[in-house]
Ligand binder design. Structure first.
Ligand SMILES: CC(C)(COP(=O)(O)OP(=O)(O)OC[C@H]1O[C@@H](n2cnc3c(N)ncnc32)[C@H](O)[C@@H]1OP(=O)(O)O)[C@@H](O)C(=O)NCCC(=O)NCCS
Length: 150
């Protein structure tokens, strides 16, 4: 998906272009990887970290070592910038172990100011809420559970 202009503007505010790597073939970009600069809280303080993002190689150029070259360049770059850590949320976690990434946490928490949030789909609240006694809950909740899981 090619991002529109507005998305590009927003993205480049957070991702400086000199942290973006492109893989080129015949003057066309065929792959890329970038990293957000941020400080990661670790025991004892925080450390400058490369927040790896937008990793991808075009289907026409996969399985030829493009990703490997991008990862090498990116880690060397982070090292030269004095960033001892690189971190990511992987869409496909099986890819990154070979570059030294591993599971850091089983859970995460994000605090987001309400004014910066919105429902992804239109939502009209309906109905009312009330607490149930255990006996009534045992009767009323199983059919709801069955409906949702089926
Ligand atoms: C994942 C992706 C970036 C790999 O790019 P690539 O240039 O084909 O990868 P390379 O040829 O450099 O392969 C590097 C290594 O990763 C392995 N690998 C490649 N794609 C893989 C995948 N989908 N799952 C697991 N391992 C994979 C290769 O076997 C190779 O291993 P080796 O070095 O031990 O031989 C590419 O398939 C892609 O863009 N996929 C869609 C987007 C995506 O998934 N991005 C990652 C989001 S977290």
């Amino acid at each position: 998906m090619v991002p529109n202009e507005e998305r590009m503007q927003r993205f480049t505010k957070l991702l400086p272009l000199d942290r973006m790597y492109g893989a080129w073939s015949n003057e066309a970009i065929v792959g890329g990887a970038g990293s957000f600069p941020f400080d990661l809280t670790v025991p004892g303080g925080d450390l400058p970290t490369a927040g790896v993002t937008v990793v991808g190689v075009l289907p026409t150029h996969r399985r030829r070592g493009v990703l490997r070259s991008l990862m090498r360049a990116q880690l060397d770059d982070a090292y030269e910038r004095g960033e001892p850590l690189a971190a990511l949320w992987a869409s496909e976690e099986s890819i990154y172990g070979r570059y030294g990434y591993g599971l850091a946490s089983f859970c995460g928490e994000i605090t987001l100011a309400r004014e910066h949030t919105a429902f992804a789909q239109p939502f009209e609240p309906e109905g009312t809420l009330r607490l149930l006694e255990a006996e009534e809950a045992q009767e009323k909740i199983p059919p709801v559970y069955e409906l949702i899981r089926s």
